[in-house]
Design a protein around this ligand. Sequence first.
Ligand SMILES: Nc1ncnc2c1ncn2[C@@H]1O[C@H](COP(=O)(O)OP(=O)(O)O)[C@@H](O)[C@H]1O
Ligand SMILES: [Mg+2]
Length: 307
Amino acid sequence: MPDSEPSGTPALALRALGKTYGRGAGAKRAVDDVSLSVHGGEVYGFLGPNGAGKSTTIRMALGLIRPSGGEVLLFGKPVSDKQALRRVGSLVDGGTFYPFLSGRDNLRVLARTQGSDGARIDAVLERVELTRDAKRKVKQYSQGMKQRLGVAAALLDDPDLVILDEPANGLDAAGIQDMRTLVRGLAQDGKAVFLSSHLLHEVEQICDRVAIVHKGRLIREASVREMLDQGEALRVEAEPLDKAQAALEGHWPVTPEAGSLVVQARRADAPAVVRRLVESGADVFRVAPDDHSLEDIFLTMTRDADA
Ligand SMILES: Nc1ncnc2c1ncn2[C@@H]1O[C@H](COP(=O)(O)OP(=O)(O)O)[C@@H](O)[C@H]1O
Ligand SMILES: [Mg+2]
């Protein structure tokens, strides 16, 4: 898994992308100065609460709506380049299918509109594990099956870049697991995957890198590992608490919480933390790693961005 941005021409590059809906007093800045790149072989998560601007960004990336500023590059070419756009497969709005047609027939219709002979239909159905249900009408599909059919549709033209808007939406735990395996497999095949979600736990284990977007702005981009590292903290129980806090402040960020202290220090810093506490004369009852999930980090960061 790449820990920082891979090199080479990115499959998708957003450069200072912006979008304002409407004009005048009612204008809404939905996306503001977003820059990022996604490379082959990686899964890039675009994470943010509802209304953050994820779908707007994805629509611009696909050339479905026009940016107010900045640019989108697909394989180094503008989104208006038909050759480049042909290398992109996408799932937006959960995919739109004819409910009265079977899964396979829906893909047949789609293949025809793409001008292909549909030779890949069986392969993509297999890929998303819908072979057994391919003959059933889509109206009988569960949410998870519909989402997987949506991914199958995105894969039909064997894209090098796959863009999925909230692929885990409405899925249960098993469905999320299936989606995770599917998406990881795409990256293993060397495809670039850009996906959005408003729930971190859905994508925490799928993505190599994540960008957190809030109110249209990218507030942080990092590898999942870096995000988790930054969330590392130690929980300290000591008395008197104010004395302990004073001993640590200036060395690490310290926040009192529920009768203990949360110290933004790595596990490796624990001995140094204990030493400072003991030297200050505080009584130490407990020092333990306080692992933050990406979810916590996400909450903290979006809260900070609100302040
Ligand atoms: N067609 C539109 N016209 C006006 N405002 C819109 C339109 N689409 C989205 N918005 C607004 O832009 C912001 C971002 O929306 P969206 O991109 O859908 O966010 P997300 O996908 O992260 O939930 C929201 O405040 C939303 O209400
Ligand atoms: Mg959305």
